[in-house]
Design a protein around this ligand. Structure first.
Ligand SMILES: *Cc1c(COP(=O)(O)O)cnc(C)c1O
Length: 376
């Protein structure tokens, strides 16, 4: 075993989450899963491969290199790039069979010119901004852009239209309900201008959990497939299983006398004679430096505090005056240990952030070990 600090990726849990979503949306709708940012830290290739076998229809990425990585691994599902492509990226995207989002005529024209030069066609999805002000055409301009595609871009097939819902995870449904109405009305105008669309979609995890009126004919969850809710206030209408556990091992152990100061800055002093364990995990692994003097970990079902500052590669914990813990023992940073558990939600709350950032910030240095008891 060369790894010490590692993530166990529970592919069986992620599969169960996918099947739970499928049960709610039914067999006819398409299911696109967001695998951007290395599948929110879980490993895009392994998750996509499992998802392909589990009946997922589409994958969503943020960047062209993310799509290339999936193609190089042999994944053949359709891939949608969820954000606009620069003209310099389009050739590589087309080579990899990535479906691109179109937000404006200049962008469409660049793609049309490239397709014409290659003598090839490309499907595109029109991105509408119905109330987030991130990317997308404004609803009043959408029919004109659709007509532009139909009349001036003979190599582009307008396959779909989508929008994004910035508060679908909120306990108050009003803004999202209005946004979905605006989206449907805009899609109707686009279809009147340019013909019927095959795929119309807006439902991120918040909407999959709380807005069935937004399912339309494709849903687009991300965080929930990894087992985490977008916000503590989102309805937990679908039970989810956590997609990862984060673990390390005790690397060093010593008893120190009362008054011993610990770590960079000497910010913590032992109140009594105590056992200090060192863990080979630090902020370079994504064990956030904000856990200095306030994080906790689990060893054999018991909780121990982080003492002193989290270093780049190592962290100290206080085991107390008597301990059975030994060098090599497993330490749980996120996940279950006996009856005890540290959740991604606990980290999000402690760090003042969201579940998404917690899993995305576990760094590339941390070995991913894939667990899939049901696979054969
Ligand atoms: C990331 C992303 C999603 C998935 O969002 P979650 O909140 O993780 O479910 C869906 N649509 C778009 C456009 C995205 O960028």
């Amino acid at each position: 075993m060369l790894y010490q600090t590692h993530l166990v990726i529970h592919l069986d849990h992620i599969r169960a989450n996918l099947l739970a979503i499928r049960a709610v949306i039914g067999p006819e709708r398409k299911l696109l899963i967001a695998v951007k940012a290395n599948a929110y830290g879980h490993g895009a290739v392994a998750v996509s491969r499992m998802a392909e076998a589990a009946g997922v229809d589409w994958l969503g990425v943020a960047t062209v290199p993310e799509a290339l990585q999936l193609r190089e691994a042999g994944i053949r599902l359709p891939i949608l790039k969820l954000s606009p492509a620069f003209p310099e990226e389009m050739e590589a995207a087309l080579d990899a069979g990535v479906t691109l989002a179109v937000c404006d005529p200049d962008n469409a024209e660049a793609l049309e010119a490239l397709c014409a030069a290659r003598g090839a066609r490309a499907a595109v999805h029109l991105k509408l901004d119905t109330g987030m002000a991130r990317i997308g055409v404004q609803p009043p301009s959408a029919p004109a852009l659709a007509r532009f595609l139909a009349e001036r871009c003979p190599h582009l097939d307008l396959q779909g239209a989508f929008t994004h819902l910035p508060v679908s995870d909120d306990a108050d449904p009003a803004y999202t309900e209005e946004q979905i109405r605006r989206f449907r009305a805009t899609v109707a105008a686009v279809e009147a201008a340019a013909g019927p669309l095959e795929l119309v979609h807006c439902a991120n995890s918040g909407a999959v959990l709380g807005h069935p009126e937004g399912f339309l004919n494709l849903v687009r969850p991300g965080i929930m497939i990894y087992g985490f809710y977008p916000d503590p206030g989102t309805p937990r209408s679908i039970p989810l299983l956590p997609g990862l556990s984060f673990r390390t091992r005790v690397s060093f152990l010593k008893k120190v006398p009362a008054g011993t100061r610990v770590g960079y800055g000497l910010t913590w002093a032992a109140p009594e004679d105590t056992w200090i364990a060192t863990l080979p995990v630090g902020y370079a692994d994504g064990f956030n430096r904000l856990f200095s003097n306030r994080g906790r970990v689990l060893v054999a079902g018991r909780s121990y505090p982080v003492v002193g500052r989290v270093c780049m590669d190592q962290t100290m914990i206080d085991l107390g005056p008597e301990t059975n813990v030994r060098v090599g023992d497993e330490v749980v940073l996120i996940g279950r240990s006996g009856e005890a558990e540290i959740t991604v939600d606990e980290w999000a709350k402690a760090l003042g952030t969201i579940t998404y950032e917690v899993t995305c910030q576990i760094s590339g240095r941390v070995e991913r070990l894939y667990s899939d008891p049901q696979a054969h």
